[in-house]
Design a protein. Sequence first.
Length: 134
Amino acid sequence: MDQEWTYEQSTGKLYDSSNKHVATGYSGNGTHINKADSQGVKSKGPLPRGTYTMNEPRKSDKTGAYAMDLTPSPENNMEGRDSFQIHGDNSKGDKSASEGCIILSRDIREKMWTSNIHKLKVVDKVSQAKSAEQ
């Protein structure tokens, strides 16, 4: 089985490949933050469920340093949405930086990239068995 990171839409929790909870971020904005049922709401809902490949971190004029573009698996239902990343919060720090991208602190983004595990699975809820292992 491939190693992967797992992001839980409903809580913003990130789990590493050993199923350990390593961080909590957010995806989406306003009343749609971490709301799995809103994944199809353009520019507001969280990152759609599915599997993604993280691309090499880069500096983005819009989202800042160490932003990682996400390439969706062809099997994902992207709900007509695209151009997702994992990036940092804005200077307001009020959970308004996401239009569906996953927002995590720089140290966690660096940890993800340097782990050499560049596969991300986005799920509504992590299974009970998986969360019990943390």
